[in-house]
Design a protein around this ligand. Structure first.
Ligand SMILES: Nc1ncnc2c1ncn2[C@@H]1O[C@H](COP(=O)(O)OP(=O)(O)OP(=O)(O)O)[C@@H](O)[C@H]1O
Ligand SMILES: [Mg+2]
Length: 216
């Protein structure tokens, strides 16, 4: 393995380095300790995220999802080694001029999430920062550290709400784009309509709680 010590990103949680393994371009994801956490607890949390990410990314790969191939992990050094997906974040597409292309990318992202939900994979941090668009316009889903396996409609709806609300916060086109995402989601996963319906329930519950709190 050639590890060229090339830092490509520093996220909220991890540092990402790039390297080579055989003929593959790889990335090495290292979750950093959080200073504000008690070290024993921090070690457990980082280990749990590493396990969830390795296990669920590999499962998503097995069911045919577009996700990076997992090559190896080192639980002692808290490293995860996976295929590097060349491309740009879906976030970048928000400034594309080509509306049809943009909508198509959200449709394809919806397809991928539909496939994951159909197989009971909840992403847990679904945003435009965790989707990579390749030069051939495929959409890859990354960052499964908060993922879990569940068939609960509530959890699927929460994934969809996170995606829509973060999109709403950064794009004035969010309605159109979420509409394309929704279509892609349902085209793969017919029963996904239950999760889409359930979003409204969660939102009205949140509104009700907010109103109650105002009168307290
Ligand atoms: N398999 C991959 N191929 C290419 N780039 C990747 C890959 N995995 C991660 N990256 C890059 O590294 C960034 C951070 O990775 P990731 O989202 O997994 O970690 P994170 O710490 O949760 O970051 P964030 O705070 O952005 O959510 C991504 O936004 C992406 O640019
Ligand atoms: Mg991320």
């Amino acid at each position: 393995m050639i590890f060229n010590n090339n830092k490509i990103a520093k996220g909220a949680e991890a540092i990402i380095f790039s390297g080579k393994y055989l003929d593959y371009s790889i990335i090495i994801k290292h979750r950093l300790p959080k200073k504000y956490r008690i070290p024993e607890i921090d070690n457990i949390i980082r280990m749990q995220r590493l396990r969830a990410e390795a296990r669920i990314t590999a499962f998503a790969w097995k069911i045919g999802g577009q996700v990076p191939t997992i090559f190896a992990l080192d639980p002692f050094k808290n490293l995860l080694i996976m295929e590097k997906i060349d491309g740009k974040l879906l976030f970048k597409s928000l400034s594309f001029e080509d509306q049809t292309l943009k909508q198509n990318l959200f449709y394809k992202t919806g397809n991928q999430i539909g496939l994951l939900h159909q197989n009971e994979i909840i992403h847990g941090d679904l945003t435009v920062f965790n989707v990579i668009i390749t030069p051939s316009e495929k959409t890859f889903i990354i960052d499964f550290g908060l993922a879990q396996i569940s068939n609960e409609v509530e959890k699927k709806a929460e994934d969809l709400l996170t995606f829509r609300n973060t999109l709403k916060a950064i794009s004035k086109d969010y309605k159109k784009l979420f509409q394309s995402f929704r279509k892609g989601y349902l085209d793969i996963y017919r029963e996904g309509k239950n999760a889409l319906e359930h979003m409204k329930k969660i939102e009205s519950r949140a509104r009700y709680i907010a109103r109650e709190e105002r009168y307290e």
